[in-house]
Design a protein around this ligand. Sequence first.
Ligand SMILES: [Zn+2]
Length: 269
Amino acid sequence: MRVYISADMEGTAGVTGVLQTMPQEKQYEAARRLMVAEVNAAIAGAYDGGATYVRVNDSHDGMRNLLLDELDPRAELVSGAPKPLSMVEGIERGFDVMLCTGYHGMAGSAGTLAHTYNGLVHTARLCGSPVGELGLNAAYAGLLGVPVGLVTGDDVLRAETEEILPWARFAQVKWAAGRHAARNLPHEQALQEIRQGAEAAVRGAGGMRVFTLSGRPEVEVTFLNAAQTGLAAICPGSERVSPLTVRFAHDDYRDVFKAFRAMITLAGA
Ligand SMILES: [Zn+2]
């Protein structure tokens, strides 16, 4: 039983402020420890549920938040950035299930620290439906036949998960009380929720559905301003459909995912 974990930070219990998520800031080190504890809870749960191999992909910011000597020694770590596939780097056919820890609501939602890949995205849509990091990454995993079995984060992300991945487990560790605020579960209780969720997700991975797109893969990104959109529209194959929105469609979702990453990177140039 091979388990892949994509580990983000903003959805971690106790993490509610931007400064907590930035490595150069003073508050970061304490917040990073909370993230490590949640990832370790997911790894432990995965092994409780029958995992024989676990690969963790550090998926936050510079992607060097998890330190190898603090991580459960049974897991391999993919770290550093930039990585070609970013939050899903290292996933491949043959993994039985993907767990998404520390995830957060999509850009434009009311979730704590909600965003989609970077702060320039106002909203993103996949095949016409609003989407966040969860949906974009789940679609990539789906392409490889890997179902998302567990998502952890706040109540806003829970609703998002139930909408697009109704078969996935959700370990809710906080309730959004504003963009930079949340009511958090006690630390040990959050870890227990995650561990139990991971165990159940791995046990149930066999019968789980994968996320598939309805129709031709197509992503539409609305940026905060027209300058960003103009830069994003440099991406070959993209189409600027309104002053603030670019669209990219392709038969292969791999190219759509890469184009999304290219467009949001260009937008910040
Ligand atoms: Zn994120």
